[in-house]
Design a binder for this molecule. Structure first.
Ligand code: ITT
Length: 203
């Protein structure tokens, strides 16, 4: 079976792509399985630029069809922050998701932001690349919601506990992974990537 490398050092993202692509006729592989140790510097100022940096770097290293994403939370009342800096917001440790979402919550309280203005969105840009062709496509996905007053839920990762999705009347950490993927930025971007992946594998 043909392989698709999910080029992320974030185990939660890897798990989500495994779930979303489970029914596809291809083998989803990871950096760990391919023995690739690389953490390319994300020097871009946009999601698309950083997704391309990662996809190209890992495709070059692996010689496998590679998918990388750059994603994050944009909060309108914070002028779009944390945005592309979502994985390294504030003076927090790499794994300190609680510390990072607490910074967002504290800033909204400090600025007295009313509920109607606590709007935001998760964005995900997926880039696909191969060693021989470089970038073969980029697609994106977005999910709109509100920044909750307090964290809720144990599922998901990152900022999910503070991302309230009105149609579920829940945060994305309070719903199952399957339900999250039906509306999430990553679910949408991943589904949009399927035709590009299929075209590459069938050529
Ligand atoms: P790689 O670059 O190795 O893929 P990363 O975690 O550093 O891993 P990003 O640079 O794209 O990836 O940062 C994305 C951050 O945005 C992630 O660490 C979370 O804090 C947040 N984020 C992205 N998608 C999310 C989701 O579905 N739920 C909650 N938080 C999310």
């Amino acid at each position: 079976m043909k392989k698709l490398l999910i080029a992320t050092n974030n185990p939660h993202k890897l798990e989500e792509y495994r779930e979303i692509f489970a029914a596809l006729p291809l083998t989803v592989t990871s950096l760990a399985e391919e023995g690739i140790e690389l953490d390319p510097e994300e020097t871009g100022t946009t999601f698309v630029a950083n997704a391309i940096i990662k996809a190209e770097a890992f495709a070059k290293e692996s010689h496998i069809l590679t998918l990388a994403d750059d994603s994050g939370l944009e909060v309108d009342a914070l002028d779009g922050d944390p945005g592309v800096y979502s994985a390294r917001y504030g003076d927090t440790h790499k794994d300190d998701h609680v510390g990072r979402y607490q910074i967002v919550l504290d800033k909204l309280v400090a600025n007295n932001v009313p509920w109607a203005e606590r709007t935001g969105r998760f964005r995900c840009v997926v880039a696909l690349a191969s060693q021989e062709d470089g970038v073969i496509g980029t697609v994106d996905g977005t999910v709109e919601g509100y920044i909750a007053y307090e964290p809720k839920g144990e599922n998901g990762f990152g900022y999910d506990p503070i991302f309230y999705f009105p149609e579920f009347d829940k945060t994305l950490a309070e719903v199952s992974a399957e339900l999250k993927h039906t509306v999430s930025h990553r679910g949408r971007a991943a589904r949009a990537a399927i035709p590009i992946i299929e075209a590459y594998l069938n050529r």
